[in-house]
Design a protein around this ligand. Structure first.
Ligand SMILES: NC(=O)c1ccc[n+]([C@@H]2O[C@H](COP(=O)([O-])OP(=O)(O)OC[C@H]3O[C@@H](n4cnc5c(N)ncnc54)[C@H](O)[C@@H]3O)[C@@H](O)[C@H]2O)c1
Length: 303
């Protein structure tokens, strides 16, 4: 490694160990200081390379919300395609992420609250300090709140908008200087069919996902000269924990949306992971600024 590169990575590592006031976090163990609760390195099973093309060989990727259903499916796919990963989620996602890293490949889990700007900076700084580059950022973390708009209080707005939009916005903001220096990078934002169409009881979710679609375009045009691409995926309903929660609390509303999928079924998480992998990979080297529906024809039937 060149001395300039060592100096650069040390600078990032130092900033990753400072708190929001700029003071150093005092800890004998840098991993504790960074809030990394679990680290794993390849040991276990062979990667199933024969089925996958190793399209992400040696790429460094960050996945937010990696312990969730779509995040986990994408992490597994990225590993099989040869990527090295930083997985991040709330503490509730730690177990799911641990089980991913035991399957083989190289991955770290960093616990983080994605709506906190200092956490987004910490994730990016650690990834760069450890790997010396960041090729892919998948802004996937998300939550939901099924509620009528006229009943909202301020916190209902913040609780969803800040996770989807502010979290993606600041992860992107902090990764860009690194990708600009590399003159390469691929950012994939998790939008939704509800970023391109409306639905009852989902005002803050639709607002956040719609904003992500246009944020994607804005990043794409501003950073294309640096060979940085930015795209979104817009899944229809996917068989996930989020869907389970929706069916428990608002069965009729959710069922209406399911019935609107022309293919007559919801998506499997791996079908979304396939689209994310394609956009993240060099296979999509001339694709930027798009929001790709992965929706079994839902949006086609709406227009
Ligand atoms: N399930 C669907 O039908 C569907 C459809 C379109 C888009 N999406 C989007 O896909 C993404 C993944 O959702 P999923 O369906 O896998 O649901 P999920 O609940 O299984 O996963 C979401 C993950 O985000 C994490 N998360 C939530 N709040 C966070 C925070 N404040 N900080 C850090 N992490 C946080 C959760 O811990 C969880 O692991 C979300 O952005 C969601 O909006 C889902």
């Amino acid at each position: 490694m060149k001395s300039t590169e060592i100096a650069e990575r040390t600078r990032y590592l130092l900033s990753a160990t400072q708190d929001t006031t700029g003071a150093s976090i005092k800890s004998p163990n840098i991993k504790d200081a960074l809030g990394i609760v679990q680290v794993a390195h390849a040991a276990g099973k062979q990667l199933r390379e024969e089925k996958y093309g190793m399209r992400l060989k040696d790429k460094v990727a960050i996945i937010t919300g990696a312990g969730g259903t779509i995040g986990s499916a994408t992490a597994r796919r990225f590993l099989r395609e040869g990527a090295r990963l930083i997985l991040t989620d709330l503490s509730t996602g730690a177990d799911a992420c641990s089980s991913i890293v035991t399957e083989g490949g190289e991955a770290f889990f960093i616990e983080a609250e994605i709506s906190r700007v200092s956490d987004t900076e910490r994730i990016i700084n650690f990834a760069y300090a450890h790997f010396g580059r960041i090729d892919i950022l998948f802004n996937n973390a998300g939550n939901d709140l099924n509620k009528s708009l006229h009943e909202y209080v301020e916190n209902d707005y913040d609780s969803v908008i800040n996770v989807h939009l502010k979290g993606s916005f600041f992860c992107t903001r902090y990764v860009l200087p690194i990708m600009m220096k590399q003159r390469s990078g691929s950012i994939v934002n998790m939008a939704s069919i509800l970023g391109l169409s409306g639905f009852p009881l989902a005002a803050n979710y639709c607002a956040a996902k719609g904003a992500l679609v246009n944020f994607t375009r804005s990043v794409a045009v501003e950073y294309a000269p640096y060979n940085i691409r930015c795209n979104s995926v817009c899944p229809g309903i996917v068989e996930t924990e989020m869907l389970k929660r929706g069916l428990e609390t608002h069965r009729e509303n959710v069922q209406k949306m399911i019935d609107h999928h022309p293919m007559g079924r919801v998506a499997q998480p791996d079908e979304v992971a396939s689209a994310v992998t394609f956009l993240a990979s060099d296979d999509a080297s001339f694709i930027t600024g798009v929001s790709l529906p992965v929706d079994g024809g839902y949006l086609a039937g709406k227009s």
